[in-house]
Design a binder for this molecule. Structure first.
Ligand code: PLP
Length: 392
């Protein structure tokens, strides 16, 4: 059976061209960039070139790009590193209720260490109001961390505006751009950000490699202590294949962004229309227009998202019921609760995230299978039974 992968927000395959570029760095060219002989110097040069390429693609300087092990590390480092460096200025951090757990759990950890965190609410579409950010800033505020685009419902935040407010008030601004990177054109200067996290495996690069943009002049304590790599800020032998792969994948993602977005946007809206027309008692979660071109998130009343996933899996369709990190736990998604869905509706959500390799035929197969799968689950649902009785 043909397998259909609709979970690109969880991870993506590494592009063949990217793997080819990476391969020599596992074998012939395996040297440690910190060593002095030729194969090592060549690798130092490969890392430098990847850093320059990454910087150029984001409007940053060479010295502002730091390679990490991924989005989670970049988020942890940005928030803990700034919190520690600016402790003497204050202990207040502003974030939103819909951040990825890499940000939320880091903020909760800092609360246990005596920091104060404001979790801003979002509107019914999942957007933060920049005026709420302005109002939340106090003399003790040292950092604002608001994600660029949400991983569950795809909502894009007014980053430039929030950045402007942060700048006016002299507060540092970090954004988790893991989902936005490769889908939205990003220029760190235009976005008014001081720190920006991203991760290779979300844009057809390898897993276990990411980066943090740190604007020149920002003070940040290291998360990892050890050698002098990454200009003394992030110890550990460089992941040379990963770094080279990340830069190559980013270059390709940005080169093909317009074309891929156009294709995915058409497919996204085709699926959204198809589901809305074919199935009753559904709701599209997230913003109607300010959303990632590859994100679809629906609530199906009266059923459990997890059961829906399993039935779709049995038909060869791979989706998610929220973030991959929350699947397997029985708590409903904090994002869906934050946009105001009641618990029982938040449980019945399905996330479909497209990639450029998805086709109209795959969308048609989903639209053919989904109505009967939803109906089958509703037929077994006591909630649906009750609803029908009341509405007879
Ligand atoms: C995937 C993801 C992360 C974590 O990135 P990893 O590289 O998997 O650690 C962080 N934030 C967002 C929004 C994500 O989608």
């Amino acid at each position: 059976m043909h397998k259909i992968y609709f979970d690109h927000a969880a991870t993506t395959s590494t592009r063949k061209e990217v793997v080819d570029i990476m391969l020599p760095y596992f074998t012939e060219s395996f040297g440690n960039p910190s060593s002095v002989y030729e194969i090592a110097r060549k690798n130092k040069q490969a890392v430098d070139e990847a850093r320059q390429k990454t910087a150029d693609l984001l409007g940053a300087d060479f010295n502002e790009i730091y390679f990490t092990s991924g989005g989670t590390e970049s988020d942890n480092w940005a928030i803990k590193g700034v919190a520690e460096s600016y402790k003497s200025k204050g202990n207040h951090i502003i974030t939103s209720a819909i951040e990825h757990h890499a940000v939320l759990h880091t903020c909760q950890y800092l609360e246990s260490k005596g920091y104060e965190v404001t979790y801003l609410p979002v509107d019914e579409y999942g957007q933060v109001n920049p005026e709420d950010v302005r109002k939340a800033i106090k003399d003790t505020t040292i950092l604002i961390s608001i994600m660029y685009a949400n991983n569950e419902i795809g909502t894009i935040q007014p980053i430039e505006e929030i950045g402007r407010i942060a700048k006016e008030r002299g507060v540092l601004f970090h954004t988790d751009a893991v989902q936005a990177m490769g889908h939205i054109p990003i220029d760190v200067k235009k976005a008014n950000v001081d720190l920006l996290s991203f991760s290779g495996h979300k844009f057809h690069g390898p897993k276990g490699i990411g980066a943090l943009y740190i604007r020149k002049g920002v003070r940040i304590k290291p998360l990892l202590h050890g050698g002098a790599q990454e200009r003394n800020r992030r110890a550990g032998t460089e992941n040379v294949p990963g770094i080279v792969g990340l830069a190559a994948a980013l270059e390709l993602a940005i080169r093909d962004m317009e074309e891929n977005n156009k294709k995915m946007l058409e497919l996204r809206d085709y699926i959204i229309r198809g589901i809305t027309e074919r199935i009753e008692h559904v709701k599209l979660n997230g913003h109607p227009t300010k959303r990632l071109p590859n994100n679809i998130n629906f609530t199906f009343d009266f059923i459990e998202g997890e059961s829906l996933l399993l039935l779709l899996d049995s038909k060869g369709i791979y989706c998610s019921s929220g973030s991959a990190c929350t699947s397997g736990s029985l708590d409903p998604s904090h994002v869906l609760l934050a946009i105001g869905l009641p618990h029982e509706r938040a449980h019945g959500s399905l996330r479909i995230t497209l990639g450029d390799e998805n086709t109209k035929e795959e969308a048609d197969y989903l639209l053919e299978v989904l109505p009967s799968v939803v109906q089958r689950l509703r037929d077994m649902s006591p909630l649906y039974e009750e609803f029908k009785r009341k509405n007879k």
